[in-house]
Design a protein around this ligand. Structure first.
Ligand code: FPP
Length: 249
């Protein structure tokens, strides 16, 4: 291994190890625009998007960040042209099959969140396999939001809680934030400390609405396929310059 590669693996010196976000969430926007700028079909942007995600996953692992959540497909994304939707579903399946061994070797624990039952059967099977195979891994928690919508997630939590009340297993005044959080898809992971959104859009787009209450937002004009280690470094520097007050003075 070269000196260059070794130093890339280390946390850059201007970052404080003790003030890193525990959990980073990403909205990977701009794959299509990236491809267009290169004169390539949109799907090539998604291919490059997968590479950028892999690099970020590895970087989080190298730099000691415990959890990464990526927004891969929203409930609204079904409205894209059919061939793009089909391409994305096939890509997710292919990537999972191709990368599972490496994720096992790197001790990554993978989970998918969202309404998974609406996904193609073969993708559901691959998702199930990846979650089962990695469930006892103790390294980075990698969450992929697929067919995910924040409002839908909140509604399904409400329905589950209402059912418990109706069955007499829960009193309405026992419903607090902690109990509500336990009914979300993300019950096993802390709320994101930092949200990164690429390609300049200033929206949450229905992503982790409850969980993002106190997240720091970092929005960059860089398109997702170009979001590399040095861009992540920049985002972490910006995060560490923020003063997180959680509503206090
Ligand atoms: C947004 O760019 C990107 C997506 C909707 C897909 C993101 C998915 C990946 C990068 C693959 C992840 C794979 C796994 C298995 C986790 P866009 O198409 O909206 O770009 P545009 O705004 O420029 O059109």
């Amino acid at each position: 291994m070269t000196v260059m590669q070794t130093s890339l693996k280390q946390l850059p010196r201007d970052l404080d190890q003790n003030r890193l976000p525990r959990h980073v969430a990403v909205i990977m926007d701009g794959n299509g625009r990236w491809a267009k700028r290169q004169g390539l079909p949109r799907i090539m942007g998604h291919h490059r998007g997968v590479d950028a995600l892999k690099n970020l996953l590895r970087c989080c692992d190298d730099w000691g960040i415990k959890a990464l959540t990526a927004y891969a497909f929203s409930t609204e994304n079904w409205g894209r042209p059919l061939e793009e939707v089909e391409f994305l579903m096939t890509l997710f399946e292919l990537v999972l099959r191709r990368e599972l061994q490496e994720m096992m070797a790197e001790n990554v624990r993978i989970q998918f969140v969202g309404n998974l039952t609406a996904l193609p059967q073969s993708l559901q099977a691959e998702i199930e396999r990846s979650m089962q195979d990695t469930q006892h891994n103790t390294g980075l928690q990698f969450t992929v939001a697929t067919n995910y919508g924040g409002r839908q997630e909140i509604l399904q939590a409400c329905r589950a809680i209402a059912t418990e009340v109706q069955q007499g297993n829960l009193q309405p005044d026992e419903i607090d934030e902690a109990l509500f959080s336990r009914h979300l898809y993300t019950a096993n992971v802390s709320d994101p400390d930092l949200l990164i959104r690429t390609s300049g859009e200033m929206r949450l787009s229905n992503f982790l609405l409850w969980q993002m209450a106190y997240a720091e937002l970092y929005i960059t004009d860089v398109l997702w396929p170009d979001f590399d280690r040095s861009e992540f470094h920049r985002a972490l520097c910006a995060y560490q310059r923020r003063e997180r007050r959680f509503g206090k003075v």
